[in-house]
Design a protein around this ligand. Structure first.
Ligand code: NAD
Length: 366
């Protein structure tokens, strides 16, 4: 039985995760997809219980699980804690020790929410693209770094550094994903002005030629990519890029589609013995302390994160499609949590009403 470790975390984390639990139970009962689910603490909740934002036992469970699903961490009560035990350190430890080098951020626009985008409806309706960002290397980690004094002025230094191995492994993640989608990868760098960009382009091309010749590969300078993403995003399927460009491009792409409460993500590492990659799935949003405990949170980002787990960790693409269609239907039917309401004064549904509606739509899909 595949194992799933659930870490609800803080703030709205437990609220949105409770809705995902309903969906996991539904797949177990109605689709014969039983998971060995265990639940544990992370972030402020773990600090309160153990004095650390991630207990070693939880870390060990995460290393062994087929997938980890996380809610959110953080909150004002923990803001004054020492840096070493802040809730975010729990999340960073998970990412680092699981060596999750490929960050997947889909930008998917449900037709019913196309009006939410700042772009024209026809540009975003039906959009479904995936940005794969290298997460553990590049300019955020390269040495030397720091602020030094040269002569009578200060100099800020960061180093963009990529090894062939680091580029090759994230390229493989992107090609593997593309094979499960529309078989198309666009790699973005700045090979016109950066040596690391030249190497990036070469290595992605080499991996493509040697291992994935059947996938369509194109290259684009990252600045041109940003323009193309806002001009006509539907030209892309999978975009693979480095840590810095990916940070910017994934935020840009995500906001093409509207609310923070809708955005899932995944971070993948190297394949385990089972052939599955190490994987952490989580909504992009934080713990939203301003609405925590009020039943106002939109659970869809967390629900769609579970859909990603079905697709990328459990080889259940058809069931992921089923879940995404259920969400789409619920939205098309007009149901909205408060974050998705415009100015029309409609009454929002609660977190649990939204979760129940998705379960009802799943039931109707049978
Ligand atoms: P946030 O994402 O928690 O909230 C930003 C805004 O979006 C708030 O107004 C919030 O109410 C709203 N929002 C977020 N998710 C929503 C949802 N599912 N439904 C409806 N509305 C939603 O970001 P923030 O306010 O900058 O940070 C709050 C706390 O979360 C901080 O402690 C921060 O460090 C932490 N944080 C954690 C993560 C994570 O766990 N991955 C990510 C970002 C921030």
């Amino acid at each position: 039985m595949p194992t799933l470790l659930i870490l609800p975390g803080d703030g709205i984390g437990p609220e949105v995760m409770a809705e995902v639990r309903k969906i996991i139970d539904w797949f177990g009962a109605k689709r014969g997809m039983a998971f060995d689910v265990s639940e544990d603490l992370v972030g402020g909740a773990a600090y309160d219980a153990h004095g650390t934002p991630l207990h070693d036992d939880t870390m060990a469970k995460a290393q062994e699980a087929d997938a980890v699903l996380l809610g959110a961490v953080g909150g004002p009560t923990y803001d004054t804690l020492d840096f070493s035990v802040k809730p975010e350190r729990g999340l960073l430890r998970l990412r680092k020790e699981m060596d999750l080098f490929a960050n997947l951020r889909p930008a998917q626009c449900f037709d019913a929410l196309a009006d939410f985008s700042s772009l024209k409806k026809e540009v975003v309706a039906g959009l479904d693209i995936m940005i794969v960002r290298e997460l553990t290397s590049g300019v955020y980690f390269g040495e030397p770094r720091g602020i030094v004094t040269e002569g009578n002025e200060r100099v800020g230094i960061n180093t963009q550094r990529y090894t062939e191995g680091e580029i090759a492994r994230v390229a493989r993640s992107a090609f593997e994903l593309a094979k499960r989608r529309s078989n198309k990868v666009c790699s973005m760098e700045k090979a016109n002005v950066m040596e690391s960009g030249i190497l990036w382009r070469d290595v992605v091309s080499e991996v493509h030629q040697a291992e994935y010749p059947e996938v369509e590969l194109s290259h684009m300078y990252a600045d041109a990519g940003a323009m193309q993403l806002t001009r006509w995003p539907k030209q892309f399927d999978v975009i693979v890029t480095d840590n810095l460009f990916g940070d910017l491009l994934s935020d840009l792409a995500a906001m093409l589609t509207g609310s923070l409460g809708m955005l899932p993500s995944a971070s993948l590492g190297a394949p385990m013995e089972t052939g599955r990659p190490k994987a952490l799935y989580e909504p992009v949003h934080g713990s939203a302390p301003d609405i925590a405990g009020q039943g106002k949170a939109n659970p869809i980002a967390c629900i769609l994160s579970f859909a990603m787990a079905l697709r990328y960790s459990f080889d259940a693409g058809a069931e992921a499609d089923r879940l995404e269609s259920a969400v789409e239907q619920v939205l098309a039917g007009g149901l909205r949590t408060a974050d998705l309401l415009g100015e029309d004064g409609a009454t929002p549904v609660s977190t649990s009403e939204m979760g129940d509606a998705v379960v009802a739509a799943l039931e109707a899909s049978l």
